[in-house]
Design a protein around this ligand. Structure first.
Ligand code: F6R
Length: 244
């Protein structure tokens, strides 16, 4: 629990940087699962700073983003593709071919195979070394909304009304928020060797309390993290304010 999101984000960015550098010394790739949204913005800011000022290189980094709205073009400035390039990829030396973000333009009848392939690409590079997560007020991680099975893999899902309403200001009204998304599954996330979940602000306090102190249930998919053996929740005092 940190005083503020800035201090906390710097600690998380440094953990990621250390992992990347450790893997570099071993001549290995570092496979990162990444999130979008407001929570990780300062982590990406610090990673960009470390690249520019301290020479942190991303040449051995392979990334897989958690999710993308569906349908959604890459050029749309609401897309997670756009977000990731704006906040991270445009400012670092990652190889473009090492960036993986679910494609919101895949034809509907090709999505199932696309999701199987996405899952397989993660496996092929040895699985996720580190997964960065935010949490939605529904208890979603990625876009695994309530009802998501612990064994779920990458797939197309229908967004919860609460999630769409939280996104509505960015889209200029809820009617413009896509109804669906492609997301990594709960099991995709849980297979990561290390997981760090970020939550800031009072409006996350309820879901953080239920996630950490409540029963494990697909009603709050983030509760499945309780069974993961290497997960840390990084909170500010406001998100932690209802923990007992
Ligand atoms: C985004 C994602 C979502 C967000 C969550 C919290 O890639 O997977 O689970 O992490 O909706 O969003 P923010 O950080 O905007 O509160």
């Amino acid at each position: 629990i940190f005083k503020n999101a800035t201090d906390a984000s710097i600690v998380v960015a440094h953990e990621i940087a250390t992992l990347i550098q450790t893997k570099q010394k071993e001549s290995k790739n570092c496979v990162l699962g990444l999130a979008t949204g407001s929570s990780p913005v300062k982590v990406y800011e610090e990673l960009v700073r470390m690249h520019k000022e301290e020479g942190l290189s991303f040449h051995n980094v392979i990334t897989f983003n958690l999710d993308e709205y569906y349908p959604m073009t890459k050029e749309n400035n609401q897309s997670y593709h756009y977000f990731m390039h704006e906040h991270l990829f445009n400012h670092i030396d990652i190889k473009p071919e090492n960036i993986n973000i679910p494609d919101g333009t895949v034809a509907i009848d090709e999505i199932n195979q696309y999701c199987i392939d996405y899952e397989m690409s993660i496996k092929t590079v040895g699985g996720l070394d580190f997964q960065l997560l935010g949490i939605g007020r529904t208890g979603h991680i990625g876009f695994n909304e309530p009802g998501s099975h612990v064994n779920s893999g990458t797939r197309i899902i229908t967004l919860d009304h609460v999630t769409r309403s939280d996104a509505s200001s960015a889209f200029n009204g809820i009617s413009n928020v896509p109804k669906k998304a492609i997301t990594m599954g709960v099991s995709t996330v849980l297979k990561s060797k290390r997981i760090v979940l970020l939550a800031w602000g009072e409006n996350k306090a309820d879901v953080i309390t239920t996630t950490i102190q409540g029963e494990i249930s697909s009603d709050i998919p983030a509760t499945f993290l309780q069974n993961h053996n290497n997960t840390t929740f990084i909170l500010d005092v406001f998100a932690a304010s209802q923990l007992t």
